[in-house]
Design a protein around this ligand. Structure first.
Ligand code: SF4
Length: 447
């Protein structure tokens, strides 16, 4: 729990000896509360005060890192609700591969997983994990791991309750820093020793919160704290309740035994239900979601949801304000005006591309606001658009002086014509109308 300056002051020696470089203990305490100085600058702290202050400076949810090439970072979250600040580390999405599948089935599955890459509003969306689940013997488990490691560059989760199989698998892919999932509570201390030896995080399984708290406390005592909590239970209601309680207990009650990222396994054959469950887990704080389904519609919808939840609500996603050529533009190409809100720009871009009519899109700096919001906030005004035309040198790009504005701001067309000296053509209100609009524009020779 973060302490206030006065709380910290109460724990200091109060001798004002100045050895820390500050004139008083209170001044040092205030800087410590702001995390502007190191605790070690005071040499006179009692062991109890030191332990309390060190504990208070820890993140309420531990940051856990694993994987090598594409490192996964989970936890270190600070709020229950996104609007209070933001969520920092997006849910890692992964796929379970059972080792009793045939080599051919595994390869087909890997091919499908490797194709799951999507671009949305300028960002690449893709899954992060592949989990190898043991159903057969140690030999097959390791064999499948080797097949997978040659064909995929995602991070690994090793799912096996057999300590020897885990050990051998870890030896094969130690450099990839996988996550160890023992699939139960048996031999947990042995698994913790193994995780410690290979310096990899360990999954702790229990759907009972009280038991989970005992287990994490025992492992902490044993010396291993890189833990991830698997609270997969019998019903979705119970799971969502547990996910929410764990987050609350860690952040609000400062219960360190729950201060770890969480993992959920979606065990559902119906792909629609599977996707809905995975979406629920992503929305309610799961740090990792492992599933079977690899259909593009499932993964695109989940990654889109994740992208929306884990974007910063205080900072709209924006693109650089400038003129973007789309296709083989020339001096006759139409010029469309829009804002620099990513979602708006990429929606317009998609429709212009679909029209196959090379065009310029002029993205005006509206501080990431969409068309109507920016217009209402006076960030998308005739003055702003006119000065953008000038500063982007649009008149050097085309030989005409016609500008297409979004239909929703038709009201500014007269004023804009007057201020810019360009002829304003009012475009469609919805981006979906752009292809037909552009085709008509070029057909009539206006564009
Ligand atoms: S070194 Fe410690 S005791 Fe001395 S002034 Fe600083 S905080 Fe106070």
């Amino acid at each position: 729990m973060a302490l206030s300056g006065l709380d910290i002051y109460k724990l200091l020696p109060k001798t004002n000896c100045r050895e820390c470089g500050f004139p008083t203990c209170l001044a040092f305490a205030m800087q410590l509360a702001k995390k502007a100085v190191e605790l070690g600058r005071c040499p006179y702290l009692s062991p109890e005060a030191k332990a309390t202050l060190e504990e208070s400076s820890l993140a309420p949810i531990r940051l856990i890192t694993f994987g090598k090439d594409k490192k996964i970072e989970l936890g270190n979250e600070t709020v229950l609700f996104r609007h209070e600040d933001k969520f920092y580390h997006p849910t890692a999405v992964g796929f379970i591969i059972d080792d009793n599948l045939s080599d051919k089935e595994i390869e087909e599955r890997l091919d499908r997983i490797n194709r799951l890459k999507f671009e949305r509003i300028g960002q690449l969306l893709e899954p992060e994990l592949v989990a190898i689940r043991q159903n057969a013997d140690k030999k097959r488990f390791v064999e499948v791991l080797k097949i997978i490691s040659q064909k995929i560059d995602l991070s690994f989760v090793l799912m096996s309750s057999d300590i020897d199989s885990q050990k051998e698998a870890l030896s094969c892919v130690a450099d990839k820093k996988p996550l160890v999932h023992p699939q139960g509570k048996e031999n947990l201390q042995e698994f913790a020793k193994l995780a410690q030896e290979f310096k990899v995080p360990l999954v702790v399984c229990s759907s009972d919160l009280e038991e989970m708290s005992h287990l994490t406390k025992a492992l902490k005592k044993q010396g291993w704290e890189d833990l991830i909590l698997d609270i997969t239970a019998k019903s979705l209601t119970e799971e969502i309740w547990n996910l929410t309680q764990i987050r609350r207990l860690a952040l609000k009650k400062k219960d360190r035994s729950f201060g770890y990222p969480t993992l959920m396994v979606v065990d559902e054959k119906d792909p629609y239900l599977e996707t809905i469950k995975a979406a629920d887990y992503i929305a309610k704080y799961a740090s990792i979601v492992l599933m079977q389904g690899t259909q593009p519609w499932q993964i695109l919808s989940l990654l889109t949801l994740r992208q929306n939840i884990y974007s910063d609500p205080q900072k709209p996603l924006q693109i650089e304000p400038k003129v973007y050529p789309v296709g083989q533009v020339n001096e006759k190409s139409p010029v469309l005006v829009t804002t620099n809100f990513s979602l708006t720009y990429y929606t317009v871009l998609g429709e212009v591309e679909a029209s196959r009519i090379p065009s310029y899109i002029m993205s005006v700096d509206t501080e990431g606001m969409s068309v109507l919001t920016a217009w209402a906030a006076e960030k998308f005004t005739p003055d702003k658009i006119s000065s953008s035309i000038e500063s982007f040198g649009v008149k050097n790009l085309v030989r005409h002086n016609r500008l297409v504005i979004p239909g929703y701001v038709a009201v500014m067309s007269g004023d804009l014509e007057e201020k810019s000296g360009w002829q304003v053509i009012v475009g469609p209100k919805e981006a979906s109308g752009i292809p037909a609009f552009l085709k008509n524009l070029t057909r009539t020779g206006v564009g």
